[in-house]
Design a protein around this ligand. Sequence first.
Ligand SMILES: [Zn+2]
Length: 152
Amino acid sequence: MKILNLNEGSFPIKLNLELDKLSVPEIGKLKEDLKIEAKISKISKNILNCDGDIHGVFIDICQNCLNETEVVIINKIEVAIKDIKELLIDSSNQDQTHYQDLEFFNIESFIEEEVALIYPNIVKCSEDCNTEESVYETERNLPFKKIRDLID
Ligand SMILES: [Zn+2]
């Protein structure tokens, strides 16, 4: 676990990280290390900005055909980082703001939140993996489906 004190030190802070695991629920398994290249700049007291790139390859299951498929994430990170104390008084209502205790800033939690936001809600092996067909198939009972597969 990497902890930074973002209240002190010299800015910008360059991040060059590779993570081999993430604790984000309901996403695929990392196929290779997740790579993050970013820098954290100080905007003012209690407000920082992180921008950079995130790249990950995951193995997930196609929601239609249930085959394994790769999910590739290549995204920009462009997030404001504010101290958790700001959360209650913040009325700007920005989506792209990450709140944490700046004195004990956990980089991995930050990255995990970013991945959770970026990760696709719907995982498909291909654009045209047909939704209607899979609904049709899951509605059939299994013995019937097996017989049908034999006929096919
Ligand atoms: Zn599929």
